[in-house]
Design a protein around this ligand. Sequence first.
Ligand code: ADP
Length: 358
Amino acid sequence: MIFLKRLGAAFIGFVAIVTFLSIVFTAAYYATTWLFAQLYYTPSPLIQQLLTSIFGLLIVLITVGTIGFINHGRMEVWQDGLFGSIVDALGRIAQGDYSVRLDNPKMNGSGGKPVGMLVQSVNTLAQELNAMETMRQEFISNVSHEIQSPLTSIRGFAHALHDDNLDAADRAHYLNIIETESTRLSNLTENLLALASLDSESYTLDPKPYRLDVQLRDIVLACEPQWQAKQIEMNLASEPVTLAGDQDLLNQVWLNLIHNSIKFTPARGKICMALHTRDNAIEFCITDTGSGIAPADQARIFERFYKADASRERARGGSGLGLAIAKKIVEMHHGTIAVQSALGAGSTFTVSLPNQPN
Ligand code: ADP
């Protein structure tokens, strides 16, 4: 198809050139004939032929030269304007102004595609940097907020402890709050460091085959004081499953999911976990009879710092990073993590990891 189009264009070009030359040389013939008639001179056919050819060639050269000169001038003006604005845009981007957008020129022929692509790339660069800058600012404001609130609380209660008239119960209560808030700060920095390390390009997974069912059982046992304290019924149904993965990192995923379930399930609730191999995947799901998550929040709980109920979360001590870390680790293992939930009825989190045979 493209070949036929090119052949057609070449044919039209050829016909145009032949027509142009015919017109020019016919004009040159009549011009020289008229000139000789004015001079009352009859040259030999050879001289007449030579002069006609030279005159025709001169007309061709002058026409082509004039067209070339006009086009060159136009291109220079156009290129100066366009490249000037590209250089200007790059300068503004370098200064941190990411609102720059260049008009994508609707090229009329010459060199349109590469220049259009260059303009598009400059616009994309500005857009991406703008998105990154917004994310950076949001991140800083979230971190500052998460650090500021426990610090305010610690300062307030430490100040209150100066009061000599404070009774022993209040004193113990204030000290308890200070301890909880310090633990919160410490967890926050630990989570931030974990995310920064996982985000860094240099992080390398250490995948080795290990018994996933044993790992889950150990975590459930380690969390026993927490679920026992709330008299939560814990069930883990699992077959022996060997997974090739980074054992330490995945430990963090299960720990975050199980901690959340215990945290959001009221006393005497129930948590059921199941682990099985399905087709080419290993699937772990954890279902609780907890508070549940509203549909609008379900879409956002895996974002960094997102808390479905920020005011109640403060009391629970969460920082909204647990699920973001879990998601990051699962995705590093080429797996998926999803939630199904109904407000007031409970939630089910499902992690699916590829089962690579070893
Ligand atoms: P946090 O450290 O605050 O718990 P996460 O990233 O682990 O942060 O969770 C984000 C939000 O998702 C929580 O603030 C909570 O609103 C919601 N959430 C997570 N797990 C559950 C669950 N099992 N039941 C109800 N809500 C949950």
